[in-house]
Design a protein around this ligand. Structure first.
Ligand code: FAD
Length: 394
């Protein structure tokens, strides 16, 4: 939409081809329906938050920055706001407002919208000729911009078609992999916590060398296969070498208290409930559904009276609450990932124009390119900046 509207603003004759009945199906899901469309950081902040090929985007971000994007939406009537971590949203909290602004941009710039599925891009002597749709119709064109997204959430339309088009035209594709994705874990107790959300926890991710590769504070969720939720999705994009590493996630259930403070807190609860069984004395400390798991992992008999629990046992309990550990076995599949890592190899694309270095008139924008960022609005800014540059240069 950004690429099409920008090309249209130059007076070009533009057709946007979309295989869904409606535009922006994925956009409406973003930021839990609120659309975190960019971040309030500077250009280096962007590059640092884009671990895969961030530097390739330097030129695109210079030509169309987060400031330009915020102004772009403001000019189209969308008020914006900044939240924690520099995340920028529409002030209305409605992704629909962002989509409507883009539709208006397309209308104002006379972009024709064609409902159809592109099947093939035609080229001759390394020069684009046009596209063939699934229904057999042919549209000739001096330029084609591939903005088909990745392989994540295929119900929204991103089914990896762009990788195939690019490959057929001689481009190489870095194997698509999930990023920002839920994680499967080894421990059998995890499935017992299915559906439990933990707020205000902190996590540390440890690799096989016992180095901390990521830490975060926030919310997570247990599922039947493992773990998910904001801090887990962010952590997943730091697990760059799943084959060589056995990653462990250490969950601190009480990050606001140090060991001694937590011990004193437990002692207070234990003296209040001194005549209760251990398993009935943790209600003030933990969500109900996690108590049986903590009791089991602590090794303290559930039916031990709390006034008989030793200092050593209490120390073990503190360690457990501040270091509940899960071992990551694998990523969930790419279709469940928020973004797809991998895609069209960046050294085959001109970073100042987004034009293919292999086929003249062929351009790329968005997630189809081998770039991906962390959470915080970076992925949509990538799509908007590269879309703008492709639209300016096609
Ligand atoms: C649940 C969820 C939440 C997210 N939240 C955020 C967020 O808050 N902030 C953020 O920065 N990023 C977020 N992202 C990531 C962000 O949505 C994507 O990176 C971004 O949408 C990529 O834009 P794109 O235009 O490249 O591809 P897409 O948005 O996937 O659009 C590609 C379009 O191409 C169409 N298409 C594909 N193949 C064909 C074909 N052959 N013919 C015709 N049309 C075709 C598709 O139907 C689709 O409409 C989120 C992703 C998900 C799944």
């Amino acid at each position: 939409m950004m690429a099409g509207g920008t090309a249209g603003s130059r007076g070009l004759d533009v057709i946007l081809i979309e295989k869904n009945d409606t535009l922006g199906k994925k956009l409406l899901l973003t930021g839990k329906g609120r659309c975190n469309f960019t971040n309030d950081t500077d250009i280096n902040g962007f590059i640092n938050n884009i671990p895969v090929n961030g530097k390739f985007l330097y030129s695109a971000f210079s030509k169309f920055s987060n400031r330009d994007l915020i102004k772009f939406f403001n000019d189209l009537g969308v008020k914006t706001k900044v939240e924690r971590g520099g995340r920028v949203f529409p002030a209305s909290d409605r992704a629909e407002d962002i989509l409507n602004a883009l539709k208006r941009y397309l209308r104002e710039n006379n972009v024709k919208i064609a409902r159809g599925e592109v099947k093939k891009i035609l080229a001759d002597k390394q020069k684009v000729l046009g596209v063939i749709l699934k229904d057999g119709s042919y549209i000739s064109s001096a330029s084609v911009i591939i903005a088909t997204g990745g392989l994540s959430y295929p119900d929204t339309g991103s089914t990896g078609d762009g990788y195939r088009f690019a490959r057929e035209l001689g481009h190489s594709i870095v194997t698509p992999k999930p990023s920002l994705v839920p994680l499967e874990t080894e421990e059998s107790w995890v499935s017992k916590l299915q559906g439990l959300t933990l707020k205000n926890i902190s996590i540390r991710v440890i690799d096989s060398n016992n180095s901390i590769i990521y830490q975060d504070l926030g919310e997570m969720l247990f599922t039947h296969y493992g773990v998910s939720g904001p801090v887990i999705l962010s952590a997943s994009s730091h697990m760059r070498d799943m084959d060589k590493n056995k990653y462990r996630i250490i969950i601190d259930l009480k990050p606001g208290l140090d060991d001694e403070e937590l011990d004193r807190r437990i002692q207070r609860d234990f003296s209040r409930y001194s005549r209760r069984y251990f398993s009935n004395a943790l209600d003030n400390l933990l969500p109900k559904s996690i108590i049986p798991v903590i009791v089991e992992l602590s090794g303290i008999p559930y039916d031990k009276y709390v006034n008989q629990i030793s200092r050593e046992e209490r120390k073990g309990l503190v360690e457990l609450l501040k270091g509940l550990t899960v071992t990551v076995s694998r990523f969930r599949p790419v279709r469940e990932a928020i973004v797809t890592s991998g895609g069209v190899r960046v050294n085959e694309i001109n970073p100042s124009t987004m034009e293919s270095k292999i086929v003249k008139g062929l351009f790329f924008a968005g997630e189809v390119i081998d770039v991906d960022g962390y959470t915080g609005g970076f992925n949509l800014q990538i799509a908007f900046s590269t879309g703008y540059v492709a639209g300016q240069n096609c």
